[in-house]
Design a binder for this molecule. Structure first.
Ligand SMILES: Nc1ncnc2c1ncn2[C@@H]1O[C@H](COP(=O)(O)OP(=O)(O)OP(=O)(O)O)[C@@H](O)[C@H]1O
Length: 472
């Protein structure tokens, strides 16, 4: 471990990694790890080094001296939560948990910035449980998420952890409310009035409705988490409400603020803004895991060049060849022009085509924004229960945790490198697993340079697949 003068005691002992793990305060506004090394020591908390090609997750898992989650959290997280986490299978911390939990549990505001599937949810949930007064019926932790589906997922994980483990029955636990768009807000209103839950997981729209009506009160809130924070700040609809939540509905001094995402473009600027705008305290810590390898290393990227007309047939061919255990086909959103012309969206065309011609054993399921919330909820739960072939817009690209997903297909290229990363990150989500999962993009010759741009930006390489049987 390389430890600098002025580093706080919360630095985690582990294998040094110059390139893999970087923790620095809001005052470190330099662009990357190389610059961070040359900063004056009080600005730098810790710097660790491991070979670039050794994935952090696996290197932590096999480090003999690596502490367990129990060792990191005991004394802060209640015993029954730790026991329950172990029952579920959370024993060895992932890199982001290893690095962030000591800081989180010491009360620091944190920006959690780590690869997709790296376990950020468990990191912030363990903090949430450590901060609760289980005997008090008041909202003490608020987790804000961008979509209903992600909210359902986080609620499920939180409820799973809050369930009493064997032998602890009778101990007081907490309640978790999902306050999500499309939910039954009337019922939630009565619940909030009668017996407020300790944890609320909310989408920003529903949350603000409740706050404006003074049904939900945040006086007792100790922890505020904003998940997929870059996505939330990118949406003009949400940003105003988000700013209000961060600055008017509660004060930074009375809460611990956690902002999480796998992608925080211009993160130095963002950390600076967090302090300037008073979204976080001045000593907010940016926990940046694996800054030189933003994409999980167990993903294998491929592309097939085909004309737009051949795309459906090519997709079918790939599915028959790959035989995914479970997969997602990502499709671009329908353009306004195509809507005006009354054309069906690509999702509908793909679903109809696959239902008619795909002979694999997976059921083909649709998920898109235009579906009503009940239909979306059905698709989402079917998806979680068993493997399937999901045809979706980018609604499924953020935060969705479907560990059984082995294959991703970009039927249409995403709009940006960030979107590519989040789509790709829906696979390869089993921590410590070395199994290869694949991301295949179906592109025209002209689109090759767009994919190349994503490769440069995200530092990965794709292999070209030449499908002989299609060209014959
Ligand atoms: N310590 C652990 N041991 C075993 N599995 C874990 C551990 N921590 C998390 N996981 C599992 O890893 C998977 C990914 O975790 P999670 O959904 O929190 O990732 P994430 O970092 O939030 O990803 P994204 O940025 O894509 O939302 C989940 O299935 C979770 O159950």
């Amino acid at each position: 471990m390389v430890c600098f003068r002025g580093a706080p005691a919360c630095v985690v002992p582990c294998r040094p990694s110059i390139s893999n793990i970087l923790l620095y305060s809001s005052r470190n506004l330099s662009p990357g790890p190389a610059n961070a090394v040359s900063l004056p020591s009080p600005f730098l908390f810790s710097l660790f080094s491991a070979p670039k090609d050794s994935p952090v997750l696996s290197c932590r898992a096999h480090t003999a001296a690596a502490p367990t989650l129990r060792e990191i959290c005991s004394g802060s997280v209640p015993e029954h939560i730790l026991q329950r986490a172990e029952e579920i299978g959370y024993v060895v911390p992932t890199a982001v948990q290893h690095q962030s939990l000591p800081l989180l549990l010491s009360g620091r505001d944190c920006i959690l910035h780590a690869q997709t599937g790296s376990g950020k949810t468990l990191a912030y949930l363990l903090l949430v449980f450590s901060a609760l007064d289980f005997n008090r019926s008041a909202v003490q932790a608020l987790i804000v998420v961008p979509t209903r589906e992600l909210g359902m997922q986080v609620t499920k994980v939180a409820r799973g952890l809050a369930t009493m483990p064997k032998g602890c029955e009778g101990t007081r636990t907490c309640t978790v409310m999902a306050l999500l768009d499309g939910g039954m807000l009337k019922r939630h209103r009565s619940w909030l009035k009668a017996e407020p839950p300790q944890i609320v997981v909310a989408t920003i729209g529903s949350l603000c409705q409740m706050l404006e009506k003074h049904v939900l009160k945040l006086e007792a809130m100790r922890v505020l988490v904003i998940d997929e924070v870059d996505f939330m700040f990118n949406s003009s609809k949400q940003v105003h409400l988000l700013r209000k939540l961060l600055t008017s509905y509660s004060a930074i001094s009375s809460r611990q603020t956690i902002l999480a995402s796998a992608t925080i473009p211009q993160h130095n600027r963002f950390v600076h803004d967090c302090v300037q705008q008073k979204w976080t305290k001045n000593d907010v810590v940016h926990v940046h895991v694996n800054p030189v390898e933003p994409m999980p290393s167990n993903l294998c990227h491929k592309f097939v060049i085909c004309s737009k007309k051949e795309r459906l047939r090519t997709l079918l061919y790939l599915l028959q060849k790959d035989m995914p255990k479970s997969g997602i086909v990502f499709v671009g959103e329908q353009s306004e022009k195509s809507k005006k012309l009354g054309q069906p969206p690509s999702t509908t065309l793909i679903i109809e085509f696959l239902r008619a011609s795909y002979m694999g054993c997976l059921e083909v399921i649709l998920l898109e924004e235009e579906m009503n919330f009940n239909a979306r909820a059905t698709s989402f739960s079917e998806l979680r229960e068993r493997g399937c072939l999901l045809v979706s817009t980018d609604i499924a690209s953020r935060g969705f945790d479907l560990p059984q997903t082995t294959h991703i297909y970009n039927f249409d290229l995403p709009r940006s490198a960030v979107d590519y990363l989040h789509r790709a990150g829906r696979t390869g989500r089993i921590p410590f697993s070395k199994d290869k999962c694949s991301v295949t993009s179906l592109i025209t010759k002209e689109e090759r340079f767009v994919l190349q741009r994503f490769e440069n930006e995200l530092m990965f390489q794709s292999e070209e697949l030449v499908l002989e049987s299609l060209t014959n």
